[in-house]
Design a protein around this ligand. Sequence first.
Ligand code: NAD
Length: 451
Amino acid sequence: MNVVVIGAGYVGLVTACCLAEAGNQVVCVDHDIDKIKTLEAGQVPFHEPGLDKLLGDQLQANRLFFENNVARAVRNADIIFLAIGTPSQSNGSANLDNLLHCAKELANTAFGDCIVVIKSTVPVGTADRIEEILNVGEAGYGAHPRVFVASNPEFLAEGRAVKDFHAPCRIVVGTNEDYPATVLDELYAPFDPDRSRLLFMDRRTAEFAKYACNAMLAARISMINELSDIAGRLNADIQAVCRVLKSDPRIGDSYLYPGVGYGGSCLPKDLCALIACAGTVQEPAYMLRSIERVNRRQGQLLLETIRHHFGGQLEGRRIAVWGLSFKPDTDDVRASPSLTLIQNLLEEGALVSAYDPVATIAAQRALGAASIIFGRSGMEVCKGADVLVVMTEWDEFKTTDFGKLAELLQSHAIFDARNMFDASALQAYGLQHYRLGQIASPANQQIALVG
Ligand code: NAD
């Protein structure tokens, strides 16, 4: 099939590469000309395991092309995917400006019968709006009455996006007509060999399902974080509690890792967008609002614990931070708890040195002129530091040389905001270990001493 993917970001580029690999002719469009040049040169402009090779292979096979001109790209399209960002507006609702702008551009463009598929995460009713723009034609825009609009929200997770696309847990297709259902069934067949993963429903339900999924994941994270905080204060061990929780099939074993809160480009903004959507139908969304509050508090608790360690004063303290991305295996720093912490530390006069295996450039861009020392290794940023805060659970941190850390850290304390380390290993080197939801002892403190 002739596939066009508009938006060459984390979702669009993975979609374009994987659909090309499946044998389709794919044109991927982005209005960022520099990004297009980079991609044409075979380079992925962000970190996503496995994507570089896939991109190179598909370029070489002449199945994947890049464009910055929508009109040129869509002329012979059978399917046009919209994978454009939908960030938060100041009131929390999803900003659809780029997406609707793109729909209007399409409405003004000549192309044949085809299906427009919305992959972006969008509020319920967006497909209806886009269909109206395309099929009815707004004033000044052409009409495309033979264009079908379907919803196909994406569920891939950064860091394993290629794997997720190859073997999805489910492929949600929202359409009110048979034709798009048949075409998408055929397109996705290589990724659904036993024909069990395609879930068909109406468009509004598909749009809602994506938000529901992210709300459920965010709820689990905030729930385990709140339980962890309570456990720590009661001198109970959340790790042992997690083993109990995971053994219950009604609860399951995913997303039960206490940490510093969720971040990234999806959960925070999608939760806010869902709360905003709920508001439009007079639903108070008490639960969703609590999830969000717990998440914000989690970062604050860590900051307060660090402050408390220094007797309430962070001015002039040297703090090393490991991990800048919101999770391992990605360089995405959007809404990263690590960047929020760094900004708070700097505001209180602390001196920050930071290291991340892949996200340094993205963090430098996001933090702008902030004066932070970025290092090329974890140990380098600990030289002369008072304490270390571990914010992202990268694999390479699992094999830390605590002996060396004990020599470098002036104040002999590690804030283990991902509960990565074994308390006894740190204790053996005289390192004070702050972690989440643990029984407190002089050498082993729980994060959230102050709350
Ligand atoms: P992104 O910001 O990485 O990429 C979006 C791309 O669209 C950018 O390259 C931008 O230049 C381009 N763009 C914007 N407007 C355009 C236009 N009018 N014409 C052409 N290109 C345009 O975003 P993303 O992370 O890939 O997310 C895309 C959508 O998918 C969002 O709605 C997001 O919520 C959803 N989603 C993201 C993930 C994820 O893990 N990143 C997972 C599932 C769903």
